[in-house]
Design a binder for this molecule. Structure first.
Ligand SMILES: [Zn+2]
Length: 423
């Protein structure tokens, strides 16, 4: 089909990513790869150009995973995990490529990386720039900043002795428009609700955030517990990552300030499920309680209108790239989000958080990118793991190849998923 001509696509159901009601029987008109009109099927004149009939399908926006670690697999095998944590760039490059394929095959067209020790994701993107077929947009901060001697060495590095956080950012050779700060520890997996102190002072964080914003950069902060999160919120960061045990008053502050929260809920379910296999230091009962506490926070955030974006923390134990989107969505729905609301968190909200105007909700004037799931909305989010098609600029992407047994990525052999640089 000529990409420049107008054609129409009839959808049985449209979930547009705005969070509003699911629309039935809609016709999307596409002109030169852009959406020019969306009407009810009865409004469309018959005989005015070709129509692709997807009336037995749901159309929904392409997805954004706002928190991943492309250098880490979600494997529960401790030997493989420790190997990946120590691996150099040459070993990690094919791992990154495979994870990008997994994201694409689940309809995830943009990811925000949470950082890696050596900045390998950034190097990968730079080396593959312009020579790859990968349509997944990657935002990477390079490596994160953490305080010397505190949690974070797996995903970042500390400022040098005597250097402030701001100086460390200024002197970093490979800067992008995304900064990642680690401002607390991990959640305790043996003591429920135990909190760790902030890693940086409020003034250090504030100084960095102000300068980053002046330069048009965004700041994501790993923070669990009241003090580490409140400090980051007061500093004016763009998003709180994880945010376990931050409490309701902190969520009120975030609602007021319009700061995004990426709650990475599924990580705790995966810890609870895999505790015995991967580490003796995980008490599955504590992981389960952490999960329930986070679901309560999420329900409260929904009521208060906190800006929530969906991120999986893929690469964490048992959290697989691509397919974990469905698991995270199910937990959002357990916390009270409707299907339409959770799709908004995984599309429009993610696109806003990553600053990607071309993605997000489906609407007139936007590029005609969307996912096609066979069946009715009742089969979502499960069907995201078995998509019918991925439309990019109004046409089914030839890169999306349904694998008949859905167990391997054989279908993608020979496709270079090198990476599309966006930073
Ligand atoms: Zn993370």
């Amino acid at each position: 089909m000529d990409n420049r001509s107008t054609h129409r696509i009839r959808a049985g159901w449209l979930i547009d990513g705005s969070g509003g009601p699911i629309l039935k029987d809609r016709v999307i008109s596409v002109e030169s790869g852009m959406i020019s009109d969306i009407s009810t099927a009865s409004e469309v004149r018959p005989g005015s150009g070709p129509v692709t009939d997807l009336s037995r399908c749901v159309i929904l926006p392409v997805l954004v995973d706002s928190h991943v670690h492309l250098c880490m697999s979600g494997s529960v095998d401790p030997i493989l995990r420790s190997g990946q944590l120590r691996a150099g760039y040459d070993a990690l490059a094919p791992v990154i490529a495979e994870h990008l394929r997994h994201h694409f095959s689940h309809g995830v067209l943009a990811v925000r990386d949470g950082g890696d020790r050596l900045g390998s994701v950034l190097r990968y993107l730079q080396e593959r720039q312009g020579r790859s077929e990968n349509p997944v947009i990657v935002k990477s901060p390079g490596s994160a900043f953490h305080q010397d001697g505190r949690y974070g060495s797996l995903i970042g590095a500390p400022p040098r002795p005597g250097e402030s956080l701001l100086q460390a950012w200024h002197t970093r050779p490979n800067r992008t428009d995304l900064v990642k700060i680690v401002n607390s520890g991990l959640n305790s997996m043996t003591r429920f609700g135990a909190q760790s102190p902030p890693q940086f002072t409020g003034s250090e964080l504030g100084e960095l955030v102000a300068e980053a914003k002046r330069c048009g950069c965004r700041v994501m902060v790993h923070a669990n517990g009241r003090l580490p999160v409140q400090e980051a919120v007061q500093a004016g960061c763009d998003s709180i990552e994880h945010g376990f045990f931050m409490d309701r008053d902190t969520l009120d502050m975030m609602a007021e300030a319009g700061i995004f929260w990426v709650p990475t809920v599924y990580t705790m379910k995966a810890y609870a499920q895999h505790a015995g296999v991967c580490s003796a230091e995980i008490d599955p009962k504590v992981a389960e309680k952490n999960l329930q506490s986070q679901l309560q926070q999420l329900a409260y955030a929904r009521d208060r209108g906190v800006e929530v974006a969906l991120g999986t923390d893929s690469g964490s134990i048992g959290v697989l790239h691509g397919e974990s989107m469905v698991e995270e969505m199910k937990l959002f729905m357990q916390a009270g989000y409707s299907l339409s609301e959770v799709i908004r968190c995984a599309s429009e909200q993610g696109a806003r958080l990553l600053g990607l105007q071309e993605l997000g909700a489906i609407g007139v004037g936007k590029p005609a990118h969307f996912l096609v799931a066979r069946g009715t909305p009742a089969q979502l989010p499960r069907k995201l793991s078995y998509l019918e098609a991925i439309y990019l600029n109004g046409l089914p992407s030839p890169l999306y190849r349904r694998d008949p047994d859905y167990t391997t990525l054989r279908a993608y052999e020979g496709v270079d998923f090198g990476g599309k640089v966006r930073y």
